[in-house]
Design a protein around this ligand. Structure first.
Ligand code: SER
Length: 451
């Protein structure tokens, strides 16, 4: 971009709108052309939050379109596959039709992603007059209720209040260090060992879509990609049946980010139910309370941080990652603990970089400047953390995160992620949730400055 004048804030806003226009497919928005040709769950929620700033009907459609994929047991799958012959291979890998709960007319993945739906519903609702809001909430409520009920009935088998995940992709932070650390503790299947030993893992590259579009150094390793694929095969062989999956001590994780997003989603659900005069089921309300209480069991007094927990060993996985800051978004932790997290956010050894917030603390041995979820700054996690900081009254810190996010996108466009040190872009170009959330940040900056 050298020599080119920087675009104005209005031009950045327009440019982000154009990205969402380009990525529009019938009723939904793909995350990025080529690399991500399907509909993703939490992507669509972030996208709807941006769309709500200028096109409410399309924002509503984005979320309604997600409900096409809902399983009859309430699960919202993390991906809904695009139709057409060119995507047959993706659909065949998952074979969602093996589950009796999967929808008949389309193919989906077999597991979920962070429960951002309630937040997106509310962000859209806030833009409406009360009568329209009520009818919007009424339309979305049954699916949302079924989803949260499914989370507790299937993914909290010991009634601990914390949801367990069965694949790293469910966390949204696909290959974040705590997950990879746990993955590497598992016995590798013989065929992955063979690939590793014979050094033929480069062949895997031919089967990967991501490395066709993004330099391999910015993505997960071939061996880890094979291990992820292996987990999908295991889950598929159990026909996506959670009882069968868990009966074999399957790799499972009480993920911090997911559960923090759930705490916030539950708070939103209470408001949604109240707005439309619905009484939430008693057992669900008890579960909501339990989740907030149980989040505190993930606190480590020595490191003064929250961590995810391995479900089977019940041990905290003490690897630093951006998940540690997500309790700010949950909003249920005490102000004292929030202050401890803000200290790590600002520490130059951890998350206090020029373009915050890195997905892994800079002092961590895992840190890679451009490594997928292992170092770079992402706009969606920035949005979540800034939102939490606002609610705890850390306005300056929240504004700093938002203005640096806008700065990176102003310089380079809405890429998938950015170096936390220099702001250099990486990953997919024209990435929808970066565009959408920057639209939201700019719109709020403008409305804030008018006040
Ligand atoms: N990799 C993506 C996701 O997990 C698509 O943006 O949501």
């Amino acid at each position: 971009m050298s020599g080119m004048p920087e675009p104005s804030i209005d031009e950045v806003f327009e440019g982000c709108k154009q990205v969402l226009e380009k990525n529009k497919k019938d009723s939904f928005t793909i995350p990025a052309e080529g690399l991500y040709p399907h509909q993703w769950l939490w992507d669509s929620c972030f996208i709807a939050i941006g769309l709500a700033e200028y096109d409410l009907p399309r924002a509503k459609k984005e979320l309604q379109s997600l409900l096409r994929g809902q399983w009859s047991n309430g699960m919202l799958p993390h991906m809904i596959f695009a139709k057409g012959d060119s995507h047959k291979r993706d659909r065949d890998i998952w074979q969602s039709w093996r589950s009796p709960y999967a929808p008949d007319k389309l193919s989906t993945s077999g597991f979920t992603q962070p429960p951002m739906l309630a937040e997106a519903i509310v962000r859209i609702g806030e833009k409406m007059k009360i009568r329209d809001r009520r009818s919007w909430y009424q339309d979305m409520y049954p699916a949302l209720l079924a989803y949260h009920q499914w989370l507790y009935s299937e993914r909290d088998p010991h009634k601990e209040g914390l949801i367990l995940l069965i694949h790293p992709w469910e966390s949204g932070l696909d290959n974040s260090p705590p997950w990879i650390d746990q993955l590497h503790l598992q016995e590798k299947p013989w065929w992955v060992k063979l690939v590793e030993k014979t050094n033929i893992d480069k062949v895997v590259m031919f089967f990967r879509r991501d490395t066709l579009h993004v330099p391999p150094g910015q993505r997960i390793s071939n061996i880890d990609a094979l291990l992820y694929f292996h987990i999908i095969q295991r889950l598929k062989r159990k026909n996506w049946d959670i009882d069968k999956i868990l009966s074999r001590s399957h790799f499972s994780f009480q993920d911090l980010t997911f559960n923090c997003i759930l705490v916030r989603a539950n708070q939103h659900m209470i408001d949604i139910a109240k707005t439309i005069g619905h009484e939430l089921p008693e057992d669900l309300k008890e579960n909501f309370k339990k989740t907030e209480d149980s989040l505190e069991t993930l606190w480590d007094g020595f490191y003064k941080q929250y961590y995810s927990r391995a479900f089977i060993t019940h041990k905290l996985v003490k690897e630093g990652s951006i998940a540690s800051l997500m309790p700010l978004y949950a909003g249920s932790i005490s102000k004292e603990r929030a202050l401890e997290l803000v200290k790590t956010l600002k520490s130059s050894k951890q998350f206090g970089t020029e373009y915050p917030v890195p997905s892994v603390p800079v002092s961590s041995s895992w840190y890679k400047e451009f490594g997928y979820w292992q170092g770079p700054t992402w706009i969606n996690t920035n949005w979540l953390i800034a939102d939490g900081l606002d609610r705890y009254g850390f306005k300056e810190e929240a504004d700093n995160i938002r203005s640096k996010s806008i700065k990176a996108v102003t310089k380079h466009g809405p890429y998938e992620y950015f170096s936390a040190k220099s702001g250099e872009p990486a990953g997919a170009k024209n990435f929808s949730w970066s565009a959408a959330l920057i639209i939201n940040m700019i719109a709020n900056q403008k409305s804030g400055s008018k006040k």
